[in-house]
Design a protein around this ligand. Structure first.
Ligand code: URA
Ligand code: SF4
Length: 226
């Protein structure tokens, strides 16, 4: 698979320009069965960015991320953590819905490494436009996209981390030069926090406890942004 890079206009200078180009992406096989590309949305000046896995069934139909049940739960958690929902940008590691047809039902399938790697250039391009202060990684797929395959959300969740050395190509995430540690000269470097995916909360045996854990992790972010 060729990957998304060749579909990104080198002169794209806004999220809207990226979104328009992403509509025509054929960087991996997932564009075929899905309805449309689901690009990120939200505040272009957001200090806080959420990265999910991939669009779900509802997102695929509407063309917008986090408009289904997981999105509803995430919005409630954002609220309960005291974060301002108006100053957030929401996106996904993979921008087409991967599913398996069972009769007429479309059953979510977790993206493979090949899809994560193919789609990663869009995420990198979004960060280059956004310059967020904190990136919240929701679940294992987003963690794999940004932190590599060995990162374990369960072990490191709720910890505000400096942009980790294990993140590949930290210089991709900014347009200004960075040093070996990924530090930028002109702005505070992005920090990152991993937590569980809202869909995992919905699937948990003890939903209340899982939800409280998500809110606790997001409260760490809210305090850091104060
Ligand atoms: N789950 C995600 O990871 N992203 C969405 O946009 C919706 C559900
Ligand atoms: Fe392109 Fe990503 Fe869609 Fe694959 S999933 S076709 S790389 S936008």
């Amino acid at each position: 698979a060729p990957g998304a890079q060749q579909f990104i206009p080198p002169d794209a200078d806004s999220l809207d320009a990226l979104r328009a180009a992403a509509a025509g992406c054929r960087g991996c096989e997932l564009h075929g069965p899905a309805s449309q590309t689901v690009f990120g949305r939200g505040d272009a000046h957001a200090r806080l960015v959420f990265v999910g896995e991939q669009p779900g069934d509802m997102e695929d139909q509407k063309g917008l991320p986090f408009v289904g049940p997981a999105g509803r739960l995430l919005r409630r958690a954002v609220d309960d953590a005291g974060l301002d929902p108006a100053h957030i940008y929401l996106t996904n590691a993979v921008k087409h819905f991967r599913f398996e047809l069972r009769g007429k039902r479309r059953i979510h399938q977790t993206p493979d490494r090949v899809h994560i790697v193919a789609c990663r250039p869009w995420l990198v391009a979004e960060f280059a436009q956004l310059h967020p202060e904190i990136v919240v990684v929701l679940g294992a797929t987003a963690a794999k996209a940004l932190l590599g395959p060995t990162f374990r959300v369960t072990r490191s969740r709720g910890e505000l981390m400096p942009w980790p050395a294990s993140a590949q190509h930290p210089e991709d995430f900014t347009r200004v030069p960075v040093d070996a540690a990924g530090k930028r000269a002109d702005a505070p470097p992005a920090r990152l926090l991993a937590t569980i995916h809202p869909s995992a909360v919905l699937r948990a045996d003890d939903q209340d406890k899982a939800y409280e854990g998500l809110v606790a992790d997001l409260t760490v972010v809210a305090r850091a942004l104060k």
